[in-house]
Every structure is written in structure tokens, then in C-alpha cells.
Design a protein. Sequence first.
Length: 699
Amino acid sequence: ITTSISFGNCLKLKSENGFWYVSFCTDETFGTTWPQENNICCVNVELHRVQDVVGVLPTPWREVSWTDMTREALRQEFVSYKLPANYPVSQIKALLLGPVGSGKSCLINSIRSTMYKRIVHLPNVGTAVNGFTKKLSTYDIHGEKGGSPTVLSLCDVLALGDDEVAGLCYSDALAVIKGHVQKGYKFQSDSPITDAINGYKANPSLNEQTHCVLFTLDAFKTTSYPSSLKSTLRKLNTTLSDLGIPQLILLTHVDQVCPAVQDDLKYIYSSRTVKDKVCTAYLSSLHACCLHSSLNNNLVMASIVSSLGNEKEARLRSFFSTPVRFHVLYKSSHHGVQSSQLLSSFDTNGKFLLAVFLQSGSVRGAFMSKSLKHGTDVSDPEAFVFEINEHDATQFPVMNPAKAVTVSNQQASAGYGYGSSQSPVCISFGNNLSLKLENGSWNVSFCADVTYGTTWAQENNIYCVDVELHHVQDVADVLPTPWNEVSWTDMTREALRQEFVSYKLPANYPVSQIKALLLGPVGSGKSCFINSIRSTMYKRIVRLPNVGTAVNGFTKKLTTYDIHGEKRGSPTVLSLCDVMALGDDDTAGLTFSDALAVIKGHVPKGYKFQPDTPITDAVSSYNAKPSKNEQVHCVLFTLDASKLTKYPSSLKSTLRKLNATLSDLGIPQLIVLTHVDQVCLAVKENLKNVYLSRTVQEK
């Protein structure tokens, strides 16, 4: 079969006898002046999809070679670097400072992962209310696992505080920088560091002081940080400049501010938004006198951040059958209360979401698959209205598409034009939700109505704290490049298995085995996770006696499973402990105090948990003074990816409380996300898509 693709007579591509051939010619179709050449054999033929990328500059503002060779060359250059012979310190000590959730611990993970050429984790990474890091911790950076330390040592501390969040204050940060605070010191926001604290170093050596400060700032929040935090950053900047200590700003979460970067990290230095954020971060956090003359101030723009927040936005996304992304087009608190501004923010085509923020904290609004730009009545079979409050999110699909949306302009006798800044425009979704501009503010009315089938109580002219219009963009769930590199081969799997089986604890290690406790709610997959590990070790499917979902879970007793390299072989260094599922408002289960008793080693193996009878020193075989071997050394939280946003507040509270307590005890923690195939069709069809899935990455 011969296949031919022609572009006029200018270019003809033909498949023949297993090869591609091309012919060229001068032709008026495209106006080429190519000399005639026939049946030239093609070395290769490629087909590319050309994608319009919003916000990407034609040339990058910083040149980076994105190759494995360059990365390895930089890694080797860093690892091999030695300080001069007579240098006054043996290592460069860099301190990470930043607010809660800025990514200090994640940065340390990234550096260590780059060095070890595989993903590694610190015990706690994420965002607790006041941050996970509570103590002064130092991490030597090694060129490889178990190798000699490099010249760099990273220090992590409590997150910087502000008006709303207690945290590290200016004076405590300065005490750390000057070397007065010893490693392992636990910070207390209400008790500033003085020379009276235990272990205070009055005359620290140069090795004990900080030699460089890295400010980690969240790109998504640079313009919304509280003034108190910005004041602390500027004060630290001035003091460090006076002390002659080098400083750098590390901008994190850049993928959250630019869709192009989220799709492909290689766009980071071509992104106009990221470039603007770099300038904004510099201006927001440092004094204007510190700016270099080459900084283009015209690039600094205010970032419009939605009031939805991550949790409400995740609930909104769950209303859609395919992955979507929201982009703010209009925000009344930013653009002003003008109907012309709201209506002109609609594109001619597209899908849109209107969100109304109420003083109660709840959000109501509507989705429409058609534009309201022309102000006519809109028939929309895909429209729906919604409500999101503290606990629930409810969607009401349109039942009468012909009356889905109405935009009315009650022109006053003064002769307002349609959509003028003060014209009394009203956007109605049946009688369920009506948004109206009146007396310089947005007001909303609600009513039960058959158009959408809501049962909302009638409320009229309620003041809107904020009104937002979002463009709803469909996004492919499978990313072009994986967000975690994994080699899906039998050889790699066997190599990892052998590495795990052969691993031995150091000779003088204080315990003989690492005891990891699995904690999670009913149906999160704790027992299945143990099955998976044992099956991988034995190279065949093995099962625990009970796996599935009973009302309160199958596991009732404290059960320990040694992990063997093969069936009836010697146990490895890992031992997994399974317990009763964590309880919540609806389900009786393991309580916080009982979980803590297990972690501290007070509970004997085989103990049967009773939710209505908490563990005390009166229970049979209670271990009052457990040895290190009897305590838990690591906690694995198993959570169901399909239920993350639906877990009861009581369960979330228990998880946060456990997290904070474990952080204080210095016990490593990890989250194991299960049932990922239930949140992404691509993963369900092929598990190898798990690290290509946008949905799993967001989970």
C-alpha cells in the first residue's frame, strides 16, 4: 500500500516498500522556488502536535541546558568541590528561613534526591498549621548514600511567624544565625531564646555560626504574605547585610502560578509569570535600596489569588467528570465592583464559573458552558449551581436548560448603557441565584426553584464579600513528562528488591529492626499494603487472612509482620505493625491516645483494641518501660486518594494531632496514598501512568 501526503506540488511525502520518500518542486500553491527533486529517501519523519502555550516568552530569560549530561556534570562539580586548605570553616552552613508551607523541607529533599539519583524523603514534608519542623535540624549533604559529606550542610528551623501564625521570631532567627542555639533545640514561640536556655552557646565558633541564608518563599503567595511577615523578612535582610552574610531567595511552588510550567517544568525560565514572580518576591521581601538597577520594575504585577483556597477548589473540581483548571478572570476585591468589568471578563467562547463568597464563609455560585459576553438569555444544558460550606459541597444540575442563565439590564432613566460601570445589571440562574449590582456593591438573592431544583431558603440582597469569575479549562490528565521518574522494568524492580533484602543496620545501631506502624481510617488499605510488600518480596501473590472493608475494619489486634526476603527466609530489617483503623465521628476506631500508647511501646503484641475502653497502665501486660526495640520507629499514614477531600473533620483533626505529636517525638512519618487507580482513568487502564497523572499529582 502506497500512502502519499501532498502540499500542493511543493512537497510530497510518500511511503513505499517500507521507506518514506519525499519530492520537492517549485509551485505557486506555497510560492516555493525549490529545484525539482524526486524520491529522496528520508532518514526520519516526525509528526509533532503544536500547542499554543499561554504566557511563554519566545526566548528564555535564563539559559539552562535540560540534559542528563549537564545535570550529572553539575552534580559531579558540586560533589568534588573542596574548600581551600586554610579556609576558616570545615563546611558551609546554610540556613533555610521561610513561612509555613514555603517548602523548606521539600528543598532539602530535592537536593538529597539529586545527589542520590533517587527520591528520598525527610520524615515530615507537607504543611501543618505551624509547619512540621519544630527543632533546629542539620542535614549534611552527601554525594551518594553512605558517602562522605560534601562541603554543604543545610539547617532547618521552625517556620517564620506572622500576625496569624505563631512561629520563629526575628530575635530567635538571629540567635540561630549567630550560632547561639545548639542542634536539636526545640523552638517555643512564646518563649524567646535567651542566654538562660539550656545549651546556650555564648561564644560560638565560626563553624557553629550560619554562613549563608536561603529565604524560601511560595511563588503563589508572594503578594499575599502578611505585612508582619514582610517586615520580619526585610529586618532580617538588613541585619544579614550588616553582618556580611550572603542571602538568596528560593522561589518554590512555581508550577502553581503558570499552567505551562505545570505541564512541563522546562518552561520555567520561559514563563512570563514566573519571571514576574521573581521580581515580585524580590520587591516584596527586600528593601528597595537592595534592588539592582537592571531590575525591570514594570514587570512587577499584582498576583490575583482566588479566595477559594485549595480545599474548596478541589471540591469544585470534583463536580467535573474530566480534569479541569480554574483561572481567575475577575475578582471584585481586586478589579473593583463594576458590572462592565465582570461582563467584559467573559471571553467570546469558553466555559466559566461564577463564585459568590458570603460572610458566613460558604461559597455559592454557578457553572456555565457558554459565554455571557453578549448579555442575552442563555440556554445551557451543562449549567449547574453549587454550594460549598465547611463540611459539604453540593451540585444542582440544570433541569430546565432553556432558562439556565439570564442577564438583564434594567436601564435607568439616566440612560446607562448596557454593562456601564454603574448600570443595574442582574445575572440570574433561574430564581435559584440572582447576582445584582446595587449601590456600589454586589448583592445576591437565593430561592428554591425548579430550574435547578435547589432547596435553598429564600434570602434577598445578601452582601457579597467577594465575587469571582473563573475560566474553566479542560486539561489532559496525562502529563507530557512524569513528575517522578521511575524505570518500569523487571530488572529495576529486582535490583531494588535485592538492595532492600541485603540492607543491614550499622553494627552499633540501637535497635535490631525498624518497626513501622501503619495508621489509617477504615478501607484505606493498610492490610493490602502489607500484602503488596510481601508479594513483591516472595515474587508471588500472598494474602493476609482478612483484607477488605468491614464496618470498623478487619484488623482488631496489634499485629506485627516481619518482612522476609523470601518465604521462610531470614527476616529483613523491616517489621510492619497493623492496628485497628482510626475512628471518626461516624465510625468507632483507634483513638489518638491509644495510637500514642502503641507508638510509645506500651501495648503488647496481640492486644485487642476496644474503642470504648482506652488503654491505661491497668490493662493486662501493659508495658510501663518499653525498650527501644519495643517502640515504633516510623509511622506510615495510609490514606485513600479517592476520599481525601471527604474525610470527616474529626478524622483530619486526629491526623493533624498525631502529626504534631510525632514531630515533637522526632519520629519519621510518611503518607502512603492508596486506591490511586480510582481517581484517574489513565492509571486504572495502565498503572505505569501513575506518575504521569495530573490528578494523582494534585492528590
